[in-house]
Ligand binder design. Structure first.
Ligand SMILES: Cc1cc2nc3c(=O)[nH]c(=O)nc-3n(C[C@H](O)[C@H](O)[C@H](O)COP(=O)(O)O)c2cc1C
Length: 177
């Protein structure tokens, strides 16, 4: 089995910590070392057939990046390049970090932009999750009644993160077996 590529955006480190947790939980045999999207090229992603991509949400439901006040470039600057590339045959699972209490109107919404961009580039998106167990008003990342990936809230539901990650990664491993 070829390795799974893990790429993340982050401003304050939460999404990076989850990327590292994912790598540990899946094991070094299955995963490559997580990479900050700020330092990655599209070709770096295209080395993998299986990808796990993580993003926090900033602004009001936006991607991390310079326009939302992050310290560095991130997914906001990366995604526009995708239109020039073909991700057909690639399978991608998304996870998103957010705060459902402070940003209930746009909880983990940035995941939607990754979902939409990679889908338009031909990728197959997997790993959607139930919205049960969260309390929020609206999220762009809910499509057909489900989150397009795994939603995590380190500010309000940190105690649920490990079990959510375990369950999600088990599903991905079955899909990728
Ligand atoms: C200025 C600011 C804006 C935010 N906007 C949103 C938002 O619109 N939706 C959301 O779910 N979370 C929002 N958050 C919460 C972050 O996504 C959350 O803290 C996340 O864990 C940060 O990840 P990072 O440490 O990887 O940067 C915001 C946080 C800050 C500081």
């Amino acid at each position: 089995m070829t390795k799974i590529g893990i790429f993340f955006g982050t401003d304050t480190g939460n999404t990076r910590r989850i990327a590292k947790d994912i790598a540990v939980l899946l094991g070094a045999n299955l995963t490559a070392k997580p990479v900050n999207i700020r330092t990655a090229s599209v070709e770096d992603l295209l080395q993998y057939d299986k990808l796990i991509l993580g993003t926090p949400t900033y602004g009001e439901g936006e991607l991390p990046g310079l326009s939302t006040g992050n310290a560095t470039a991130s997914w906001e600057e990366f995604l526009p390049q995708l239109t020039r590339y073909d991700f057909t045959g690639k399978t991608i699972a998304l996870y998103g970090l957010g705060n459902q209490k402070s940003y209930a109107d746009d909880f983990v919404s940035a995941m939607f932009y990754l979902y939409d961009s990679f889908k338009q580039s031909g990728a197959t998106l997997i790993g959607e999750c139930s919205i049960e167990g969260y309390k929020f008003e609206h999220s762009k990342a809910v499509v057909n009644g489900q989150f397009v990936g795994l939603a995590l809230d380190q500010e309000n539901q940190k105690e649920l993160t490990n079990q959510r990650l375990d369950a999600w990664l088990k599903t991905l491993q079955l899909l990728w077996a």
